[in-house]
Ligand binder design. Structure first.
Ligand code: ATP
Ligand code: MG
Length: 334
């Protein structure tokens, strides 16, 4: 097995949505032949873990089921529960000495999260907020990943990983490859409400497990051109989430082009544009839903995928950590 490796992941905070799909999952599915893939469920990195352990536990299985449903294949790829490989924590501790606080603060994704935290008192900001990005670095370096396919918001973490790998290698000898990032076809999918990112926490997501009726409902309520009152008003395509979704998910490019041409001159109503979008989305999602239902009925298969993937990742991590310990000369007692 001399394939190059992929490591990428997601936090178990809920089921997966179309943003995950277009930003990341599509690439993951496609790259499984070419790379040996590690798909990680990052339970160490859930910020409100203690508030709702049941939700996290449930989300671990939801995500693994979604993965199987979109076509991630545990025969070829490894489904890994992060905390079942505690070496992640050990590597995080070592690496945290080689990431400056200023460097974290310049990471735009973290900067946005920190701005949010600023409203809290210092005592309410957990130290883990500063270590979880280092843990992402450790996650990537653990299997010596060469490629990290993610949505755009994760690119700064990949850049940071390259820097840490370089620094570690310079100080202790060549252990880690510098991984490349790969952003999906839709780098950042907007929410159904028009907010910049579809996200569980913003409550603006279409979930892969939503049934056809819910998808249609969510689409019919989607935020669209706010300047348009009547179907005969000329509409705007630019920045209009409904058309962004058509571009992203409707394979019938001629239909999309026709809708756009009629929209800008006020010759089509939002209802028709949305109905066509709902049809396109449901056509894309139906096979995913069918496979999901099959795996839901066989929870033992989901469990087995997580058990074998985590077991394999643990063995890989033990190997990497023995190299790390040798590089750090931790063999005090011979
Ligand atoms: P959410 O943002 O919905 O709360 P999350 O933050 O828990 O989800 P992550 O673990 O950060 O999810 O993301 C998993 C992967 O999906 C990452 O590669 C991320 O970049 C990608 N992703 C998440 N949301 C989107 C989106 N709206 N558009 C494109 N990619 C996305
Ligand atoms: Mg996120």
């Amino acid at each position: 097995m001399n394939k190059k490796r992929i490591l990428t992941g997601i936090r178990p905070t809920g089921a997966l949505h179309l943003g995950h799909y277009a930003g990341a999952l599509e690439n993951w599915v496609r790259l499984q032949d070419e790379y040996e893939c590690f798909f990680l469920i990052a339970d160490y990195q859930v910020s409100d873990y203690a508030d709702d352990i049941d939700t996290v536990r449930q989300a671990v299985f939801e995500i693994a089921t979604d993965w199987l449903a979109v076509g991630l294949d545990p025969e070829r790829s490894h489904f890994v529960i992060e905390s079942l490989v505690p070496e992640h924590a050990e590597l995080t501790i070592w690496l945290s000495w080689y990431v400056g606080l200023g460097r974290l603060q310049r990471n735009p994704t973290l900067k946005a999260e920190m701005d949010e935290l600023e409203s809290r008192s210092k005592d309410a900001v957990p130290v883990a907020f500063f270590t979880y990005p280092v843990m992402q670095v450790a996650n990537i370096l653990m299997p010596k990943a060469n490629l990290v396919p993610t949505g755009e918001d994760q690119s700064p973490h990949v850049e940071m990983t390259r820097e840490v790998a370089r620094r570690f290698n310079r100080l202790f000898g060549e252990v880690f490859p510098e991984p490349d990032g790969l952003v999906g076809r839709v780098p950042r999918l907007v929410g159904v409400d028009g907010q910049a990112k579809m996200s569980k926490s913003l409550n603006n997501a279409i979930y892969l497990k939503d049934d056809a009726e819910i998808v249609t409902q969510k689409v019919m309520r989607m935020y669209t051109d706010p300047t348009r009152i009547h179907a005969t008003d000329p509409g705007h395509i630019e920045g209009n989430p409904v058309f962004m979704y058509h571009d992203a998910f409707n394979p019938d490019k001629a239909e999309v082009q026709d809708l756009k041409e009629r929209y800008v001159v006020g010759k089509v109503g939002d209802v028709e544009v949305k109905q066509k979008l709902a049809l396109a989305l449901n056509a894309l999602m139906e096979p995913i839903r069918e496979r999901r239902a099959r795996y839901e009925a066989q929870p033992a298969l989901v469990r087995e995928a997580l058990a074998s993937g985590s077991g394999y990742a643990k063995r890989v991590a033990e190997q990497t950590m023995s190299e790390v310990r040798a590089a750090l000369r931790l063999n005090y007692l011979g």
